[in-house]
Design a protein around this ligand. Sequence first.
Ligand SMILES: Nc1ncnc2c1ncn2[C@@H]1O[C@H](COP(=O)(O)OP(=O)(O)OP(=O)(O)O)[C@@H](O)[C@H]1O
Ligand SMILES: [Mg+2]
Length: 275
Amino acid sequence: MTTKASGGPHEPDRPPALPPRAASADLGMLVDQLVKLGLDFAAEALPAILTRAVKEDLGTPTLLEQLLRGELERREERRVRTSLRLSGLPTGQTLTNFDFAFQPAVQRSKLEALATGAWLREKQALLILGPPGVGKTHLAIALGVRAVETGFSVAFFRLEELLHAMRKDADVPPTRLRGKKYMKAGLVIIDEVGFETFTREEANLFFRLVSYRYQRGSLCITSNKAIKDWPEMLAGDEVITTAILDRLLHSCQVLNIRGRSYRLRDLEDDLNGRS
Ligand SMILES: Nc1ncnc2c1ncn2[C@@H]1O[C@H](COP(=O)(O)OP(=O)(O)OP(=O)(O)O)[C@@H](O)[C@H]1O
Ligand SMILES: [Mg+2]
């Protein structure tokens, strides 16, 4: 076995000591190559990291590790940013700014479990049910953001927008339909189900969506209507409602939020204070 003259096998390699002009020429070439490879962070950070490596006597593996870790972190940030933008998720509603103390019907432990993304890997559905203002949309958005952070593609729709898109695509052949965001995203969130009654055509389109996504990807639905009221909501069609619920509830988690409206909390406090 041969060992290098500069040190034993466990000694860190040092950057070669080149005359200043040659070193800067090499550095420029390295930066160019990193840019060509699309490693923008590494290209930007290389001079500073090299300087630090010399100053702090860092070995080559440490130097490379810092360079690659930085590049990966930068890419991950970019992925999350782009994915959030494409998702259509509104901003500002997260698990961190959800007041669990205000809404005891929402168990923090259950939300923490959902935040891990295990339900998405299992392609489960999630129903968030409850009266107005209890935080259904807030939690759906917060879990959508977590889903993006854990690597899933997400598409957020209010039901009205989704039905509009699906009506437009009513005659699209199945092969092309698969490419639509509401079919292929890892998680599709449908907010505000139950404000309006579906027409029969819309109920059929909704069935097509649920049926296609069944065991392919997760659906999160927020609704102010209890399950028993879904037949009436779905154009009074018992057959289609049963078919939809059969698929949705087969592998599903439910957050049933019976609680106070966060929107009306101040008003309620005032009224209680006065009474
Ligand atoms: N527990 C909470 N902590 C912090 N903010 C909350 C909480 N619950 C609700 N909110 C806020 O109150 C407002 C209403 O909540 P949200 O829109 O989630 O209600 P909702 O259940 O979807 O109501 P609706 O059925 O009318 O759509 C939002 O701005 C939301 O961020
Ligand atoms: Mg809502």
